[in-house]
Design a binder for this molecule. Structure first.
Ligand code: SAH
Length: 214
């Protein structure tokens, strides 16, 4: 895997595009500058890596659009040292962005082929400290709970209580919520008294959050 000045130039362009679309967090923008997104796509599609689009990866899944990754990361408001659970590892790119921001990342994937491939990739890219888990994200990661933040990168038509339970009081969960082709980006804040505050942040389109392992 090589990262050339051409790739770096394309990343600069992508960062400019994200800025124009309203992403302003400098640390998040640096993550897009420093993490070579083309490593997360099949070699033959490297040219697509720095366009602001979602793209197919293995097992009929997709790597989220850069803008969507930036929005979800912004809403999650990740701070250094926080424990973050990501559900839907996919290519591993979003997990690397979270780790880049200094959080302790746990990420779950239900597709074994993707899980195996991404686990190896993260190791190779120096992100071996991300804890990769093969399993059903509906169950969360009780062994490592509670989490400061939980990020769902698949479309959920219901929000499992198990996941709410694994969130610390004061914690934040970001979820594309809805059963159809388009979902509302939902930020759920768990108040200290256990009640939930829900806010919507626009429409997005994700692959479905599915039960069980594959
Ligand atoms: N965060 C990813 C985006 C992946 S797309 C990236 O940066 O590339 C969503 C992923 O969620 C898919 O890989 C899909 O297999 C996974 N997924 C769907 N339902 C799941 C579940 N119940 N548990 C774990 N992963 C799930």
């Amino acid at each position: 895997m090589i990262d050339t000045h051409i790739h770096k130039g394309l990343r600069q362009q992508l960062v400019r595009e994200l800025r124009n679309k309203g992403i302003s967090d400098e640390k998040i923008l640096s993550a897009f500058m420093d993490i070579p997104r083309h490593f997360f796509l099949d070699k033959t599609f490297a040219e697509w890596a720095y366009k602001d689009v979602a793209f197919p990866i293995d097992a009929d899944q997709t790597i989220s659009q850069p803008y969507t990754v930036a929005i979800q990361t912004t809403l999650l408001d990740v701070k250094k040292g926080e424990k973050v659970l990501e559900i839907g590892t996919g290519s591993g790119f979003q997990a690397c962005v979270l780790a880049y921001l200094g959080s302790k990342v746990y990420t779950i994937e239900r597709q074994k082929t993707l899980f195996d491939k991404t686990e190896k990739l993260l190791e190779k890219l120096g992100y071996g400290h991300i804890r990769t888990l093969y399993g059903d994200g509906y169950l969360g990661a009780p062994r490592f709970a509670p989490f400061d933040k939980i990020l769902l990168t698949a479309a959920a038509s219901e929000i499992p209580q198990t996941l709410i339970d694994q969130l610390k009081p004061g914690g934040i969960m970001v979820v594309p919520f809805g059963g159809g082709n388009v979902q509302d980006m939902l930020r759920i804040t768990k108040n200290e008294d256990g009640t939930l505050k829900k806010e919507k942040f626009g429409k997005y389109s994700f692959v479905p959050f599915l039960k069980g392992k594959a």
